[in-house]
Design a protein around this ligand. Structure first.
Ligand code: PLP
Length: 400
């Protein structure tokens, strides 16, 4: 894996023709400083030891690899194992990255971290990391999202973060990103910008992958212990792409089928989806060259998914590269399929998945009939569904 992968990303952050560092000149020093610190501290014994301790004692790692016997029997297909990232502290894999970046920020001598958030999940993870590590934290959020996600806004405030309302443009995620980047440019001396997924300018896609790759490293050891062999197939949902690459990365050297599942929303033809590979084209967005949902003039299109975490116009550059290499296949699940999978996993296993993760479960359901009973699937359960139950009730027309 590391050998074949030795040259990606290159020193400028390119995964083949993807990735890079498309930012204003004023941000370059900050990115170069971050890259240097990342390289230094990820080889630093004390840093790695502190991170490992936090993974164990704060996040609750290793997360279990759980044999979903009931689901496997119900589908009458392969053995399905769930990598239980839903059991991480705060309820999803995002904390793996947020805590590591908070730790790195402190080592860099920063006293403040900032991030933007849409639905609030990355904001909550970042605020949690900041509270634990002891840094000031400011989260940029569009006023429209603040209104829709009041519970997460309150969580962030409980955690000691300041939530800054962004009232420009569409008052949503992309405006919040612009404001956060503006803030970073001004306050770079004392501030670290926490990116939530394997996206943005170099070194973020590399760094976030590295901080999430603990998922696959654990899963590989766990399946070898449980089954004495590697799985036949890995499945994970793809928003920006961090939980999926986190699982897949440790298996890249193996000859294993890997499937990334994007948000099919109301279907590709409807235009209301976030399936960048099915409906997008090459473009530049937020400092990074990748597949992007855009119109002919290069304007970024609005997206839709029942799951906020997959509702994003672009995708991590490494995914584009691995797709070209045919190492990973990409497909999508519609809202309807994800909701069905949400119900099925809840009823068969007693595990309510995040709606994002339900997209991966939906692909498992589709795939199972074509696989033999002695084959093995590992499915990444990126998060728990507690945050989604109100939305699911609303969709079902149930008044809570
Ligand atoms: C944010 C989120 C995702 C999508 O982000 P990736 O970077 O693609 O992993 C998936 N699942 C959950 C539970 C999330 O919170």
């Amino acid at each position: 894996m590391r050998n074949k992968y030795k040259n990606v990303p290159d020193s400028k952050g390119h995964f083949g023709q993807y990735g890079g560092r498309f930012v204003p000149e004023t941000l370059m020093p900050a990115l170069i400083e971050l890259e240097k610190a990342y390289k230094k501290y990820t080889k630093d014994k004390d840093f790695l030891k502190e991170l490992k301790t936090l993974q164990t004692e704060f996040i609750g790692r290793p997360t279990p690899l759980y044999f979903a016997k009931n689901l496997s029997e119900y589908l009458d297909g392969p053995k399905i194992y769930l990598k239980r990232e839903d059991l991480c502290h705060t309820g999803a894999h995002k904390i793996n990255n947020a805590i590591a970046q908070a730790l790195l920020a402190r080592r860099m001598g920063k006293t403040r971290i900032i991030a933007e958030t849409g639905a609030g999940q990355h904001g909550v993870a970042t605020a949690t990391g900041a509270a634990h590590v002891g840094l000031d934290c400011e989260i940029f959020m569009g006023s429209e999202d603040i209104r829709r996600q009041s519970l997460n806004v309150f969580r962030m405030r409980l955690l000691g973060a300041k939530v800054i309302e962004v009232t420009t443009g569409s008052k949503t995620l992309k405006d919040a990103i612009n404001e956060a980047l503006r803030d970073w440019t001004t306050n770079v001396v004392n501030t670290h910008y926490v990116m939530g997924t394997v996206f943005g300018p170099h070194p973020y896609p590399l760094m976030v992958r590295e901080f999430q790759s603990v998922i696959g490293i654990e899963a590989r050891q766990q399946i070898m212990q449980l089954e004495k062999r590697l799985p036949d197939c890995l499945i994970a949902c793809v928003g920006g792409g961090s939980n999926s690459i986190g699982l897949f990365y440790a298996f890249l050297k193996d000859n294993i089928r890997m499937i990334g599942v994007e948000a099919g929303g109301h279907g590709i033809k409807s235009g209301k989806h976030a399936a960048r590979f099915a409906g997008g084209s090459l473009g530049i967005f937020q400092g990074c060259k990748s597949y992007l949902l855009q119109n002919r003039d290069g304007n970024v299109l609005g997206t839709h998914s029942v799951s906020a975490g997959l509702d994003y116009a672009s995708v991590g550059p490494e995914h584009c590269y691995l797709r070209d290499l045919k190492k990973i296949e990409y497909t999508y699940a519609t809202d309807k399929e994800a909701l069905k999978a949400f119900d099925l996993l809840s009823k068969t296993e007693g595990i309510i998945p995040a709606l994002e993760s339900a997209h991966a479960v939906a692909e498992g359901i589709k795939l199972a009939p074509s696989m033999s009973k002695n084959s093995i699937i590992i499915l990444n359960l990126s998060g728990r569904g507690d945050k989604d139950v109100q939305e699911v009730a609303r969709i079902k027309g149930i008044n809570l």
